[in-house]
Ligand binder design. Structure first.
Ligand SMILES: *[C@@H]1O[C@H](CO)[C@@H](O)[C@H](O)[C@H]1NC(C)=O
Ligand SMILES: *[C@@H]1O[C@H](CO)[C@@H](O)[C@H](O)[C@H]1NC(C)=O
Ligand SMILES: *[C@@H]1O[C@H](CO)[C@@H](O)[C@H](O)[C@H]1NC(C)=O
Ligand SMILES: *[C@@H]1O[C@H](CO)[C@@H](O)[C@H](O)[C@H]1NC(C)=O
Length: 312
């Protein structure tokens, strides 16, 4: 027992020394300290046999991918990890005779280099918190296939389109876009870029709906699959259409709390069953009347949007 015990305290002494040094260098961001009795499970990319204390720290600093490491106390062994505990809190697990250490200020943010793709923008948000930027990151386009793409992340949202998606209000002028990443999606949002739509020549224009009084400020912007089946919102989440006698008898509008005709972002509700999407799949944005071929003769305008998805 005795030698193990000595090494343990030597490791502690070295860490304290390192923290002291970093402080002395005048860094203002907090330096991560080691966390005893814990390790990050399932994200190691390399196991290192160490010959001196502090070697694991050096090995981690040598590899741009390294995000954190697990030390097996008294075994001259450590693991270098591709994730931090912030990225994967569910894998941060108690274990005697181990300690976990996050890499210091020279750590590459998750998804910032091609060798270190993230599962999703949401994982980067979890890993980097408020330091996450509104920019392109490396993301797996399919977690099982292992291909990484550059994707624009805005917090946990992944932008799906490159050029703005534009659509009209009549003559089947839907806006098509392609899915860049296979996976499960909790919901989507549309961000207004330019233009607006009218559902008749008299009433004011709208980004998302129809200002004609009969519609009671409801929203008519629908995302469908290639077959024209509603995905967001689902048909079940749309309101009953007008009674017979009016030309639009099928469901094609809905309300969302806090979203009005000129709200810059149309954020759909979270789906109770996540949507399964495949890379390359086409989705379409429709104006409800154009989608159902009803009452569209007096419609006019074009609107362009960016489309974002919240991958799980
Ligand atoms: C109009 O919509 C609001 C919700 O935004 C609802 O509370 C109200 O009952 C609706 N009015 C009619 C006449 O359908
Ligand atoms: C939707 O889900 C996301 C994450 O899955 C969550 O952060 C957000 O709060 C949810 N929104 C609502 C309105 O429940
Ligand atoms: C609407 O009309 C177009 C032809 O202009 C047709 O291809 C389409 O199937 C129609 N959609 C519906 C929902 O009836
Ligand atoms: C649609 O708008 C354009 C430009 O504002 C206008 O020139 C055109 O006459 C309008 N069409 C209809 C059917 O109102």
């Amino acid at each position: 027992m005795k030698p193990k015990y000595d090494r343990f305290w030597l490791a502690v002494a070295l860490l304290v020394f390192r923290i002291g040094l970093t402080k002395a260098a005048g860094q203002c961001t907090p330096v991560s300290a080691s966390i005893y009795g814990m390790y990050l499970k399932g994200h190691a990319f390399k196991t290192v046999k160490t010959t001196f204390n502090g070697e694991c720290d050096l090995k981690c600093m040598e590899d741009p991918k390294c995000q954190s490491y697990n030390v097996f106390i008294g075994q001259n062994l450590c693991e270098l990890n591709l994730r931090t505990k912030e990225a994967r809190p569910e894998d941060f697990i108690p274990q005697l005779h181990r300690y976990y250490m996050k890499r210091g200020n020279d750590r590459a943010p998750l998804g910032s280099i091609p060798e270190l793709p993230a599962e999703s923008c949401g994982e980067i948000k979890a890993s980097e918190g408020d330091n996450m930027e509104n920019k392109e990151y490396w993301i797996y386009s399919d977690a099982n296939a292992g291909n990484a793409i550059l994707a624009h992340c805005k917090d946990a949202w992944q932008k799906l389109n490159t050029d703005p998606v534009c659509y009209g209000a009549r003559n089947d002028r839907f806006g098509p876009f392609r899915i860049p990443k296979t996976g499960l999606v909790r919901t989507m949002k549309l961000v207004h870029k330019s233009g607006s739509l009218r559902c008749n020549p008299i009433d004011p224009d709208s980004y998302w709906g129809c200002t004609f009084f009969r519609y009671n400020n409801s929203l008519l912007t629908i995302i469908t699959n290639e077959k024209g089946e509603a995905i967001l919102p689902s048909t079940a989440d749309m309101e009953e259409a007008f009674p017979t006698g009016y030309s639009c008898t099928e469901k094609h509008f809905y309300h969302l709390d806090g979203i009005d005709h000129k709200t810059p972002e149309l954020v759909f509700r979270n789906l109770s069953n996540p949507l399964s999407l495949s890379r390359g799949q086409e989705l379409r944005i429709w104006y409800g009347q154009d989608w159902k071929n009803c009452s569209e003769d007096g419609n006019n305008g074009t609107i362009c949007v960016d489309v974002f998805a919240l991958y799980i």
